[in-house]
Design a binder for this molecule. Structure first.
Ligand code: PEP
Ligand code: MN
Length: 323
């Protein structure tokens, strides 16, 4: 009746109802008088539902039985782009054998050049779904256009919002109207507050299943493709309850640097990483130079498991929690 949209969040000790809308003294007084209301607090941050003030405990998502967030570390791996059945299934099997819990593969690729390979589209989505089922792994793929949300919803388990689309607000609103998890990558030049505001767009539509990802930002350092902002991990975790992943592949731009950045992110407390793997990187149609080979990925998984343990996290291996 006050024109506020309710967003209940059940905690261990209390239920917080986010009341999103214009804050007036009158509304506050009326809410305070309602039976069952303990107190009415204003959330000071511009992002509300994404903030720790609104939801104190870490959010833990259940994605086809795999828990994401809190103490759980999940590794997403696969090729940058879906190129063929053979490569997707081969790389998929290799990353699954190494312990990755979620399969990645792009069917719609946002490219810096209009002349570059832009993905297999629907055919790629069909292959991804088939591979995910065969390997018993949830899948993630990028959606670049609000008009593609229904088709990506049909074939994949997680929507990836790419760095270049982090502030495509219509796209965020569209995936926010669905019930599938949304993995949002930080824009190349976006602040952490802006990333959290993008999450807020999704949450505001009622979809509370959001994962954030630091994938490197633009700096003056030109030895790497982007600069992985490792400090973003604890900073976001202090401000938000949402799971935070890192992407060492797009930050590094070179495969030899991927392990160091992946481990740095996990050591900083990231709840997962998204890593590009390819069986024949020299012939990859997209991001070959940063793709790690399957056997090196397997070695990295073992190091990730050890580092995660040191910081009190547990890696989900083969879809199960590490003992
Ligand atoms: C990707 O994951 O392949 C990708 C394009 O990433 P980003 O949006 O971070 O550049
Ligand atoms: Mn890529």
């Amino acid at each position: 009746e006050l024109g506020l949209a309710p967003h209940p969040s059940k905690g261990e000790f209390r239920t917080i109802v986010g009341a999103i809308g214009e804050r007036t003294l009158e509304a506050q007084q009326q809410l305070e008088q309602l039976p069952g209301v303990d107190e009415v607090m204003a959330i000071s941050q511009p992002y509300k539902l994404a903030s720790r003030e609104f939801h104190e405990a870490d959010t833990i998502l259940d994605i086809k039985g795999i828990r994401v967030g809190g103490p759980h570390v999940n590794i997403i791996a696969g090729p940058c782009a879906i190129e063929s059945r053979e490569i997707l299934f081969g790389v998929g099997q290799a990353v699954k054998d190494a312990g990755a819990s979620i399969l990645r593969g792009g069917a719609f690729k946002p490219r810096s050049s209009p002349y570059s390979f832009s993905g297999m589209g629907k055919e790629g989505l069909e292959l991804l779904q088939e591979a995910g089922e065969a390997l018993d792994m949830p899948t993630i793929t990028e959606v670049v256009d609000p008009r593609d949300v229904p088709i990506v919803y049909k074939y994949a388990d997680i929507f990836q919002i790419g760095a270049r689309n982090m502030q495509n607000f219509n796209l965020l609103l569209e995936v926010g109207k669905t019930d599938k998890p949304v993995f949002i990558k930080r824009g190349l030049a976006a602040s952490i507050t802006e990333l959290l505001m993008s999450a807020e767009y999704v949450l505001s539509q009622g979809n509370h299943r959001v994962i954030l990802c630091e994938r490197g930002i633009r700096t003056f350092a030109d030895e790497v493709r982007f600069t992985l902002d490792v400090s973003a991990v604890p900073v976001i975790q202090e401000r938000s309850h949402l799971p935070v992943f890192i992407d060492p592949s797009h930050a590094a731009g070179k495969r030899d640097l991927v392990p160091a950045l992946a481990l740095a992110g996990i050591a900083a407390g990231a709840q997962g990483a998204i890593i590009e793997v390819h069986s024949c990187p020299d012939r990859a149609l997209c991001d070959g130079p940063q793709a790690v080979l399957p056997h090196n990925f397997a070695k990295l998984m073992e190091q990730i498991r050890q580092i995660a343990e040191i910081v009190g996290h547990r890696v989900t291996l083969w879809g199960r929690e590490d003992a």
